[in-house]
Design a protein around this ligand. Structure first.
Ligand code: ACO
Length: 430
């Protein structure tokens, strides 16, 4: 028998049915709450609000579990490729060999951006933040694909649009970097993997030979898989929010990129590296960093620590820490920031403030160090996150469009402004 939740209000009792997910997580359905009682719910930051049912990603924050379509993040990070993972998230199952071959071919064939867009990269100031460039160019892609504006876009057109976007996002990221350092663009090459192509577009140049390091290619593949989805996080909810008005995929993803940019979300990876560099350069001690993070007078937070859902170690951070140890112990890589990061983590995990609030390293704590080892500049770290997260955004946008229960997202509010005021004619000019 399904459990019911009772609510008593103004002498009446109302009953609401419960919904149970496939991992036994529970909700109660308040869709008719306002109609029946006149009440709305208030939930700052949506800490207790389920906005949808979804079959894409499962997160258990207490036990540190993350699965895409049933597959553990540990297995995917070790054994899958990023294109395979993207397909899994978007279409629900791992691709067959044939599907993967076609997908890879389409990724290659759709990797270029329209030549008219190249002016944009050259005209923005070199100091422009790469997240601003990425969001603008992704939105502009829609202007070059007018048939995709149609809400009636058929399935094969949509598939092509999705593949093209996954391919072009890495070209846009690499071109924005080349433009910022005043170097000519390096075009994608058909015979390279998704990750090798990106590294080549970033670091190959006409003056310096560049050979893609297969270890870095593998590290990048793992990082992109780890970023690929995380259920109803801020940027994904933004994509769903914008998409719920039937805005096109480019506009919805552009909004997601902007949401990811913030330092409380994907922008945290840039902030982590900046903190580590600050400790290295200024001589500030780790104890001072922690005191600053704990102080209620200081807006500074220890970026890369804490998570809305994970109240134990983020499984993604665990994988990245292992990858970092492997890269820097077994390979010939070195970075003085690693010792600072290790010590910062060690001291934070022993500090009562962090213990009481269950604040553990999140995915952003170690990702920046790994990207740095590849040569990715600090201001591009969040762009890397966006490249990884794109399949998740697309999967959610598609799931929402195919869900007959989905509606335009439109929360309510409790108005706290003045009551009606009488207009007094003031006879002012202007
Ligand atoms: N440093 C210092 N204190 C923190 C931190 C932190 N990184 N994170 C949380 N706290 C404190 C809060 O000040 C609050 O303290 P209080 O109870 O004394 O008021 C308590 O821990 C609870 O934190 P909230 O902000 O209420 O938790 P919420 O779930 O709203 O926020 C968030 C989660 C935004 C991730 C937060 O932990 C944070 O700001 N972390 C740093 C930024 C970061 O790393 N973001 C990346 C998250 S992962 C991702 O988005 C990909």
């Amino acid at each position: 028998m399904t459990e019911k939740v009772s609510l008593s209000y103004k002498g009446k009792t109302y009953e609401y049915s419960t919904i149970t997910g496939s991992e036994n997580e529970e909700a109660f359905d308040i869709s008719c709450l306002r109609r029946e009682t006149g009440l709305i719910t208030m939930d700052y930051g949506y800490q207790n609000t389920g906005s949808t049912k979804s079959s894409i990603t499962y997160v258990n924050g207490e036990q540190g579990i993350l699965r895409y379509r049933g597959y553990s993040i540990e297995d995917l990070a070790e054994k899958a490729t990023f294109p395979e993972t993207a397909w899994l998230l978007i279409y629900g199952e791992l691709p067959t060999e044939e599907e993967l071959t076609v997908f890879r071919r389409l990724l290659t064939e759709n990797s270029l951006v329209h030549a008219n867009l190249l002016h944009f990269f050259r005209e923005v100031p070199p100091s422009a933040h790469p997240m601003g460039i990425l969001s603008s160019v992704v939105n502009a892609l829609g202007l070059f694909a007018p048939k995709y504006y149609d809400a009636e876009t058929d399935a094969s057109e949509l598939e092509l649009m999705i593949t093209a976007l996954i391919s072009k996002i890495r070209t846009i990221a690499a071109f924005s970097y080349k433009a910022s350092i005043g170097e000519p663009f390096v075009y994608p090459e058909a015979n390279r993997s998704y990750c090798a192509n990106f590294l080549n577009m970033m670091f190959s140049s006409h003056t310096k030979p560049y050979v893609v390091n297969p270890i870095m290619e593998k590290v990048l593949n793992t990082l992109l898989i780890i970023h690929a989805d995380h259920e109803q996080n801020c940027s994904t909810s933004t994509v769903r929010m914008v998409g719920s008005s039937q805005a096109n995929l480019y506009a919805s993803v552009c909004a997601g990129i902007c949401a990811l940019w913030g330092p409380l979300h994907g922008g945290a990876n840039q902030a982590v590296l900046e903190t580590l560099i600050r400790v290295q350069k200024s001589g500030m001690t780790i104890k001072e960093v922690l005191e600053k993070a704990k102080s209620k007078e200081d807006p500074f937070k220890l970026s890369g620590f804490g998570h809305r859902v994970y109240k134990s170690y983020d499984p993604r951070a665990k994988i990245l820490k292992g990858l970092m140890e492997k890269l820097f112990n077994e390979e010939d890589s070195q970075d003085p920031l690693i010792d600072i990061a290790r010590e910062l983590e060690h001291q934070a995990l022993q500090d009562d403030y962090f213990i009481e609030r269950k604040l553990y390293p999140n995915v952003d704590f170690y990702s920046g160090i790994l990207y740095r080892a590849m040569g990715i500049p600090t201001n591009m770290l969040t762009v890397m996150f966006a490249i990884g997260r794109l399949p998740g955004w697309i999967a959610h946008w598609k799931e929402m469009h195919n869900d007959p229960q989905s509606k335009i997202n439109r929360p309510r509010q409790i108005y706290t402004g003045p009551s009606q005021k009488k207009w007094i004619d003031r006879n002012l000019r202007g």
